[in-house]
Design a protein around this ligand. Structure first.
Ligand code: PA5
Length: 435
């Protein structure tokens, strides 16, 4: 067993029929076989399944060495990319980095900022202005090499960088991650001679966090990519060895959420964490499941929340609104740091009753109280419990969700690896822009 434990007992009671569950077990075991034998839908996009065992030490060392070059010359690294070319890296980096940059940790960690994730002119203006007096480098990531948001941000940043450092020095501050041969970005890379990493053909954007797409920014942020891959490898081994529903947490999760959706009218999965550092992990989950399952008029809508913050906004709806939601709680048992609650002689704020507890203990009690209330309010709850947030655990979680998501797509009888619907807005936008 690894660092992550999956609990589904608080969901089982919502599945009305034993017969349905037994039938479902047969279906999910069939989906599992299709996936591991690579015979299911979209099987030309299954490269992610083997990344944890296929990424070599040489590749890890090359990524680490390029990250080191960038770190040495940069206070800031701007990561440019969107969707699957962005969310995985940010999910891991935000989960691992401290909340605030201090003089102490700045020495250790180069600051990572993001661009190309939207079209805000104010953001791009302020970013360039802020970079005027920072030493910085750029990692541009785009598989197709043609996505408008990162392409436009990169044009601005490249121009700024060349003006600031001169063309030759700028060339040494830019690294590109793209397709091996296709796309406009690849053409620019060829003519400018940037250092490049290739995104494998058989790995789609949202499954690419364990390729250089995620690994280079994560290494550049100062985190251990070998441990991240090790965690994914351990989870892969666990899921490959467990060939039945009884043993396999990904099959259990995929089947029970499928039954909640198809038989119990639970159309929305709310992924929740009581640790705000996991906000972008939840964003990554939303893209992974939303783009993989949401097609052909089907799919659970993936949503996210940070508790206890959002208990003060969404809490009322979850407790008493339409019964269309189930929750998946990412529960972190230990905090990384301790801060004692001061004892006040006059107890003016009436909080002395908390003084013997740690803030993390109070957070876990909030989590427990909420779980009990929500289950009583008929909200099925999955729990994914981790002892602490570190690279290895995040690697396990990444592989667990990718694998479960593929199974979920197969249960819905859709191709979990395409995203034809994403093109619709682009077509309109290009038409309106006169491209
Ligand atoms: O998962 C996907 O395929 C998408 O979210 C893409 O990653 C996203 O649209 C960015 O595409 P690209 O990497 O081609 O710029």
């Amino acid at each position: 067993m690894g660092n992550m434990t999956f609990f589904y007992e608080d969901v089982l009671s919502f599945i009305q029929s034993e017969a349905l569950l037994n039938q479902g077990k047969v279906e999910v075991e069939k989906a599992y076989k299709e996936l591991v034998t690579k015979r299911g839908k979209g099987n030309d996009f299954l490269g992610w399944l083997d990344l944890p065992i296929n990424v070599t030490e040489n590749e890890i060392n090359k990524i680490k060495s390029v990250a080191k070059q960038l770190i040495e010359k940069s206070e800031v690294i701007v990561v440019v990319g969107i969707g699957g070319s962005y969310l995985g890296a940010r999910a891991v980096i935000e989960a691992l980095q401290p909340y605030f940059t201090t003089t102490d940790n700045r020495k250790k960690n180069t600051e990572i900022v993001y661009a190309g994730t939207h079209l805000s002119e104010d953001y791009l203006h302020d970013l360039l202005h802020w970079l005027n007096d920072k030493e910085y480098s750029i990692i541009i990531i785009s598989k197709s090499g043609t996505t408008t948001e990162p392409a436009l941000a990169f044009r601005l940043l490249k121009t700024h960088c060349e003006k600031k450092y001169g063309k030759n020095n700028a060339q040494r501050r830019i690294v590109a991650i793209t397709d091996k041969s296709r796309g406009v970005l690849k053409r620019i890379v060829n003519s400018e001679g940037y250092q490049t990493f290739v995104i494998p053909d058989d790995v789609g954007g949202r499954y690419s966090v364990l390729t250089p797409v995620g690994l280079l920014p994560i290494a550049a942020a100062g985190f251990d990519i070998a441990k991240l891959l090790l965690g994914a490898k351990k989870m892969r081994q666990q899921l490959y060895e467990a060939t039945t529903w009884q043993q396999n947490p990904a099959m259990q999760y995929a089947l029970l959420r499928y039954l909640l959706y198809t038989k119990e009218n639970r159309k929305i999965e709310l992924m929740v964490s009581y640790e705000p550092k996991l906000l972008y992990f939840i964003e990554w989950f939303k893209q992974l499941f939303g783009e993989s399952e949401g097609k052909e008029g089907k799919g659970i809508f993936p949503a996210g929340a940070i508790f206890s913050t959002d208990l003060h906004s969404l809490g009322q709806y979850i407790q008493e609104g339409e019964r269309i939601i189930f929750e998946t709680v990412l529960s972190v048992i230990n905090s990384q740091k301790r801060i004692p609650i001061p004892y006040l002689e006059n107890n003016e704020d009436e909080l002395n009753y908390l003084q013997s507890k740690s803030i993390q203990e109070i957070n876990l009690i909030a989590e427990k109280g909420t779980r009990l209330a929500h289950i009583e309010g008929e909200v099925p709850n999955f729990t994914i419990s981790i002892s602490k947030i570190d690279e290895e655990t995040l690697g396990e979680m990444i592989f667990f969700f990718e694998f479960s998501c593929a199974l979920g797509g197969y249960l819905l009888d859709v191709n979990p690896f395409d995203q034809p619907g994403v093109e619709a807005y682009k077509k309109n936008m290009f038409k309106l822009l006169g491209k």
